[in-house]
Design a protein around this ligand. Structure first.
Ligand code: ATP
Length: 494
């Protein structure tokens, strides 16, 4: 292979490769540093440059480890390597632009799964009926062939991905990155699982009286989105548990491809829930239609962002302080008033103090009454900031409020809303007494009989809450971080 033009960037290699296609004899130079040569649609890249950014870039493009790239004298790149698009390349770009930290190996292996799915989807746009505007003969012909091949249903030939693992490990960030890299013209939707189920229930209501309303709802969903990205898949509600199998049966048979993130291994979904035996077939079909990948990392990236405890006030009787902060936020001369927020299915929620996108609630008003995710979603469609007074320590006596608080934090985080609150203790201490069954078992023998009696009587042993605990603590921490709060210009008022 002959030497080629001096080049110091990957875009130069891309340019050289493309032009070489047109005129194979054009490029060569004796002073090459990065590019050793281009020949027959391949570029040979010099890796003796001691350039870590280059190693990282090449490792992404070729799917090699950075060490393997560093150890080699040169790496061969093809036109398709340098033209590669998708989550891997975008992730690497964000790292080199300083938007992301260099992720751990587990993030990378999850990304490879997402890249694989990206590439498969790109190749199967027509068969999967992904492009909203593609009504060409070619696509209708391939649809016709496809329907001849599979006359009973139109299951997608591409399997989805169920990505699960610990809190703050970057699952949502990775899924969003994947989602954003796919064309806007595709039938794709990215939605929080809570929000998705609320839409399903409200559509079911609309089609009440039909022989199989779930089938119609599934068709409606598939009409809008073939690729369905669901963030934070979790099942805590018996009403959801009982319809999921039939709902997803219809969704999958309408060609829907699922990408989901979750804290739970699919086998542990709805663990200990009422009538779980009726839920088990759903787990089987989830595993059949999706690749399951565990992001086996324990790095909580939320904890790596710099924390600033500016809006989380610990102590009792801090109501005056919180009201002052709230007044500062809405503006000194503004009077907060009662407002009514519309929730789904004709329901409303009363906000006793609200102004300029900020709402004030006591903990009892918001988490000690029969409210749920729908009410919270309605609230944060209208308000970007919540001042919440008096969050208590949770235990057996207020388990239901704990469930609502966990949901509230999830919905706030999903809506990037801001929280000012007064609480009895730090996020960690608030949820300390909530444990999973296995945590409770491992605690018992270590405690002395006297202290065990005290501790155990206060412990709230609840698997769903126990698993949600880490997520809530991690999110409350991030919601108080400088980075999170800086998203809100209004924060500067405080
Ligand atoms: N490599 C990274 N560099 C910088 N920030 C990151 C990186 N990975 C994740 N983060 C940030 O860490 C925070 C937590 O990430 P994310 O919400 O994606 O985690 P998660 O696994 O979905 O958490 P949970 O299970 O609680 O929903 C986000 O603010 C995200 O932008």
């Amino acid at each position: 292979m002959r030497p080629i033009v001096r080049s110091s960037s990957l875009s130069r290699i891309r340019w050289a490769l493309r032009n070489q296609e047109r005129n194979s004899s054009t490029f060569y130079s004796k002073s090459s540093k990065l590019l050793i040569g281009v020949n027959q649609n391949q570029a040979l890249v010099n890796t003796n440059t001691r350039n870590p950014a280059l190693y990282s870039r090449l490792s992404f493009l070729r799917g090699l480890s950075a060490e393997a790239v560093e150890a080699a004298d040169a790496v061969r790149l093809t036109v398709s390597d340098v033209n590669r698009t998708g989550p891997l390349v975008e992730y690497e770009r964000r790292i080199s632009d300083g938007e992301l930290m260099t992720g751990d190996i587990c993030q990378l292996s999850a990304l490879r799964e997402l890249q694989r799915l990206h590439d498969e989807l790109m190749e199967s746009v027509d068969t999967c009926r992904l492009d909203r505007y593609n009504t060409s003969d070619k696509s209708s012909r391939s649809r016709w062939f496809w329907s001849r091949l599979m006359p009973q249903s139109s299951y997608s030939p591409v399997k989805g991905l169920y990505l699960y693992g610990g809190v703050g490990t970057g699952k949502t960030m990775l899924m969003d990155l994947f989602f954003d890299q796919l064309p806007c013209s595709w039938k794709k939707q990215r939605i929080h699982f809570h929000d998705f189920m609320l839409t399903v229930h409200s559509r079911l209501q609309k089609h009440k009286g039909l022989s199989d309303p779930l089938e119609v709802v599934a068709q409606e969903i598939a009409h809008d989105a073939i690729l369905l990205c669901l963030d934070e898949f979790m099942v805590t509600d018996v009403a959801d548990a009982l319809i999921l199998n039939r709902l997803f049966g219809h969704l999958f048979s309408n060609g829907i491809i699922l990408v989901a993130t979750s804290n739970r291994n699919p086998d542990k979904l709805y663990e200990g829930g009422l009538q779980r035996d009726l839920f088990l077939p759903f787990i089987a079909s989830l595993k059949e239609r999706n690749m399951v990948h565990e992001i086996g990392s324990s790095v909580d990236y939320r904890k790596l962002t710099s924390a600033e405890q500016g809006f989380y006030f610990i102590g009792k009787d801090l109501s005056t302080l919180l009201k002052q902060k709230f007044q500062q936020l809405i503006g000194d001369n503004v009077v907060a008033r009662t407002q009514v927020v519309e929730v789904v299915m004709g329901r409303t929620l009363q906000v006793s103090l609200g102004a300029n996108g900020c709402a004030y609630f006591s903990f009892e008003e918001l988490c000690d009454r029969p409210l749920g995710a729908a009410d919270y979603f309605g609230l944060f469609k209208k308000f970007h900031t919540l001042a919440l007074e008096g969050v208590p320590v949770f235990g057996l006596h207020n388990r239901t409020s704990a469930y609502r608080f966990v949901t509230l934090v999830d919905v706030m985080y999903e809506n990037r809303a801001r929280l000012l609150c007064t609480a009895e203790a730090s996020p960690q201490e608030l949820l300390e007494k909530i444990v999973t069954i296995s945590e409770a078992k491992s605690m018992a023998p270590r405690t002395s009989s006297r202290s065990r009696k005290n501790d155990v009587s206060e412990l709230c042993v609840d698997n769903e809450l126990g698993f949600a605990k880490d997520r809530t603590i991690s999110r409350l921490t991030e919601m108080n971080s400088k980075e999170y709060l800086e998203q809100h210009a209004i924060t500067q008022n405080l």
